[in-house]
Design a binder for this molecule. Structure first.
Ligand SMILES: Cc1ncc(COP(=O)(O)O)c(C=O)c1O
Length: 379
């Protein structure tokens, strides 16, 4: 297919100047009414979406490579996801899993357990967002270990609620005037070998090992008693931090440090997970088995769902310790089950070779990998 044919088939198709009159009016209303804390870069006012296409209120069609910040894992309004949502909505919209049992909770847990990056048995907590999955992991790590401190990484993004924000180390504006943060969080360098320590590239193996070793050889010997550290939180691929793939030796070294000191290894797969790298979870590429996994975004194709999965023995808190009114909403779970069907059939199975190729290319070059992450979403 040549360029013109591709353009004719897939778009984009613009009807006039963008933004059009309806979009302009919508942006004006938004300016009046909606929180200015959102970071809108484009005056795109979405009305509908199908697959990779988004149509705005003036009938302009765009190709969506942003995928709702890595959420539209099956494209916009995949017919199977829509059907699953409609069916569940006609049956049961809400009953709080905090108070009552319902089958979707265990159906999805069983499915996720089967593709977990660490051996079972597992336990699951359902929330509504990535930040809630991280909050859960943070509280659980403290509860289970009886320790207060945690380690996170510079460049990390874990969410914007106070606990998750305290772990976040991405941009000053995200923290400006919101302090004090949660005490007990120490940020250390993430192995961004392409940028290195001083702005230049550094040899990856040695650099990433140095980043991990710093925890044991400096932190634990100076300011942070290891027996008081509950967890290390890490994104196997930093998203907001610049789409940086953590080298395998770094993740393996974190695992070793955690094992040695009784610390939990928490992987935040909110953005890197749900099939985005050709495997269910990005951590699987390293062979490292985490203790806790945080999931959200692409797992339910756009319905709000945050999930914290742990090795079963870790989730030992008692009734009343943690809960969520909406978490594990039956409609979100129906969307997640349909999403898993589609990703398994059309994504993980068929993209495995392709995505692994991209992965290997990234791993070999360790260049800035934003293109790869976006390709994976757009495919
Ligand atoms: C790695 C990671 N963790 C957590 C979050 C927070 O997710 P949410 O915005 O759903 O709270 C994000 C959001 O971008 C993320 O990329």
């Amino acid at each position: 297919m040549n360029r013109q044919e591709m353009h004719a088939q897939f778009g984009p198709k613009l009807r006039g100047t963008v933004p059009g009159p309806k979009a302009k009016a919508a942006v004006e209303a938004d300016d009046r009414l909606i929180s200015p804390s959102y970071t809108r870069s484009y005056p795109l006012v979405a009305k509908s979406g199908r697959g990779i296409r988004v149509e705005d209120v003036d009938g302009n069609q765009f190709l969506d490579f942003a995928a709702g910040i890595a959420v539209n894992s099956t494209g916009h309004c995949h017919p199977e996801v829509v059907a699953a949502i409609q069916k569940q909505a006609a049956e049961l919209i809400h009953i709080s899993g905090t108070d009552f049992y319902n089958l979707p909770l265990t159906d999805l847990a069983d499915r996720l357990s089967a593709v977990a990056p660490m051996p079972g048995p597992h336990k699951f907590f359902y929330g509504n967002s990535g930040a809630e999955a991280v909050e859960c992991a943070l509280k659980l790590a403290r509860y289970h270990t009886g320790r207060q401190n945690v380690i996170a990484f510079l460049g990390a993004f874990h969410g914007r609620t106070m606990g998750a924000l305290s772990l976040t180390g991405s941009k000053p504006q995200q923290k400006r005037r919101f302090g004090p943060m949660l005490p007990g969080v120490t940020h250390v360098r993430y192995p961004y070998a392409y940028r290195g320590c001083t702005g230049g590239a550094q040899a990856e193996e040695a650099f990433s090992m140095g980043c991990a070793r710093y925890i044991e050889e400096k932190l634990f010997k100076t300011i942070l008693p290891p027996e008081e550290v509950a967890a290390i939180f890490v994104e196997p691929i930093q998203g907001e931090g610049g789409y940086v793939v953590a080298p395998d030796n770094f993740l393996r070294e974190l695992r070793r440090i955690c094992d040695r000191h009784g610390i939990l290894l928490v992987v935040d797969e909110v953005q890197s997970g749900a099939g985005r790298t050709g495997k269910w979870w990005a951590i699987e590429h390293s062979g490292v088995q985490p203790d806790i996994v945080c999931m959200a975004k692409g797992i339910a194709s756009g319905m709000p769902l945050g999930i914290c999965m742990s090795r079963a023995e870790i989730m030992d808190w008692v009734p009343g310790s943690h809960a969520s009114t909406f978490g594990g909403n039956p409609i979100s779970i129906a969307a997640a089950l349909a999403t898993m069907d589609i990703l398994e059939r059309e994504g993980i199975a068929t993209q495995r070779t392709w995505a692994s190729g991209c992965w290997n290319a990234c791993a070999a070059g360790r260049k800035h990998t934003r293109w790869w992450a976006m390709c994976a979403d757009a495919a």
